[in-house]
Design a binder for this molecule. Structure first.
Ligand code: BGP
Length: 462
């Protein structure tokens, strides 16, 4: 069968500043939390590879944009590094950064590739973290100034802005589950970080609207549909709690302009609500978006708890559910994530039925695989598994669109194999293989498949 997509469908891929640029301590850039954490705890990073060893976009941006073109991308998402643009977060703008981003955006446009630009992709300037990071409202104000500066500098050419990439991840990683700096485990602080991130988002949206900049503004959320083990009311309730905490904590404010009442009531009853100020709800109400980026990698499966909560243990989301390992689930063993293609469709249906069918697109979807060299045939990685992964997901996106979803595009994670936070180069996600020793780029079979799919605006599959 032929799967055709609407005219002007966005075909592309996503990446981020910190994971690709390199020069993490050069070019006038300030340090981020990643530089600091790596300097102090290199053992936290796979094979001791830190954020200075990324895919050298700072040097190779021009050639890399040629490769994007070769893959028939009509759009490409990356981020601006706050610490590169404003090294201490609040002060002077770094002219070298302005030149760099100007050249990148101009070249993308020159090559017919629409830039989609994120303002914050996990990369907090260290100077901002030193004063408390998102726990401090001064950092919210500094972020909103940074956003305004970006709109002024680049807003004549960048027409698709995203305030944050997966804002729940720094909350989970940094304040609940210890996989991002500052490695805190404290729910109330996590809730404060999440809340202040929403305020920062809303203030950036307000600045964008007040400045009458062209184009549109949105956010990128990693939505993990929560499936209960069974239809038993206790399992269903557990799934509802997980959905409230991990999806609706951001989805509702950015699409409805307010938090779900039952989430607020729940946190209140456990004395976990962040400190609010009187005009916060008006600010949050102004933060509704034009475009939602959906990152989808895996579903969340939950069941009701099997044991009673220890009331003296730290308050955690898991007080309300247990994670459920469904027998027979299909896994990506390298990343340890379940592969469940219909989840991408369920997200689109949920948005259509419960959130007014917003303009949206798949902003990340992908499969990290270890040791891909074993699949080399005639000098090229034959990653048929990635083609299968993408096309199986795209079939469900196609179904969602045919039923009326306002899904405007599909971006893969990622373009060239890049540095993946604590996993460094363990799992490779790219359409293009990166040789770490030589920095040589070689297109994988999936890259060729994607180029053809984008060119035809369709693919064939049984
Ligand atoms: C998303 C992030 C990306 C990327 C991807 C793959 O959550 O937005 O930055 O890294 O996941 O995940 P990982 O690198 O952890 O394997």
């Amino acid at each position: 069968m032929k799967y055709s997509f609407p005219d002007n469908f966005w075909w592309g891929s996503a990446s981020s500043a910190l994971q690709t640029e390199g020069e993490s301590q050069g070019g006038g850039k300030g340090l981020t939390t990643w530089d600091h954490w790596f300097a102090n705890e290199p053992n936290r990073f796979h094979q001791g590879v830190g954020p200075q060893d990324t895919s050298t976009f700072c040097q190779n941006w021009k050639a890399d944009i040629q490769l994007l073109k070769q893959l028939n991308h009509n759009s490409f998402r990356t981020s601006i590094s706050w610490a590169r643009l404003i090294p201490d977060g609040v002060g002077e703008v770094n002219p070298q950064a302005v030149d760099f981003y100007n050249q990148v955006f101009d070249e993308l446009l020159e090559q017919g590739i629409t830039p989609f630009i994120t303002l914050f992709h996990f990369d907090m300037p260290m100077a901002m973290q030193e004063i408390g990071g998102w726990e401090n409202r001064d950092v919210v104000a500094a972020y909103s100034r940074y956003a305004q500066i970006c709109f002024e500098l680049f807003g004549d050419r960048v027409l698709h802005w995203f305030t944050f990439n997966e804002p729940i991840v720094p909350v989970e990683g940094g304040y609940l589950y210890d996989f991002h700096y500052p490695n805190v485990v404290d729910f109330r602080r996590a809730a404060t970080v999440a809340y202040n991130t929403v305020l920062a988002h809303a203030q950036a949206v307000r600045a964008f609207r007040a400045g009458h900049f062209p184009g549109e503004i949105g956010i990128v959320l990693n939505l993990t549909p929560s499936y209960p083990r069974s239809q038993n009311p206790q399992d269903v309730k557990a799934a509802h709690y997980a959905d409230l905490m991990f999806n609706r904590s951001f989805l509702d404010p950015v699409l409805r302009g307010e938090y779900p009442a039952d989430l607020v009531a729940l946190l209140k009853s456990y004395e976990q609500l962040p400190a609010c100020q009187p005009d916060d709800s008006a600010v949050i109400a102004e933060g509704t978006i034009d475009l939602l980026g959906i990152n989808y990698y895996q579903p969340r499966r939950v069941k009701c708890r099997d044991s009673a909560v220890n009331p003296k243990a730290p308050f955690m989301p898991e007080w309300f559910f247990d994670n459920y390992e469904m027998p027979g689930r299909k896994m990506n063993p390298y990343r340890g994530w379940e592969i469940y293609e219909p989840g991408i469709y369920d997200i689109l249906v949920n948005l259509r039925e419960n959130y007014g069918n917003p303009r949206c697109f798949i902003s990340e979807n992908g499969m990290g695989v270890e040791n891909e060299q074993r699949f080399i045939e005639n000098g090229q990685i034959n990653d048929q598994y990635r083609i299968d992964f993408i096309s199986e997901h795209l079939k469900w996106v196609h179904k969602g669109i045919s039923e009326g979803s306002n899904c405007l595009g599909y971006h893969m994670w990622t373009f060239i194999d890049n540095w993946s936070w604590c996993n460094a180069y363990k799992n490779r996600y790219g359409f293009i293989q990166l040789d770490l020793a030589t920095q040589k780029r070689t297109i994988k079979k999936s890259g060729e498949w994607f180029a053809a799919t984008s060119l035809n605006n369709s693919f064939d599959k049984e």
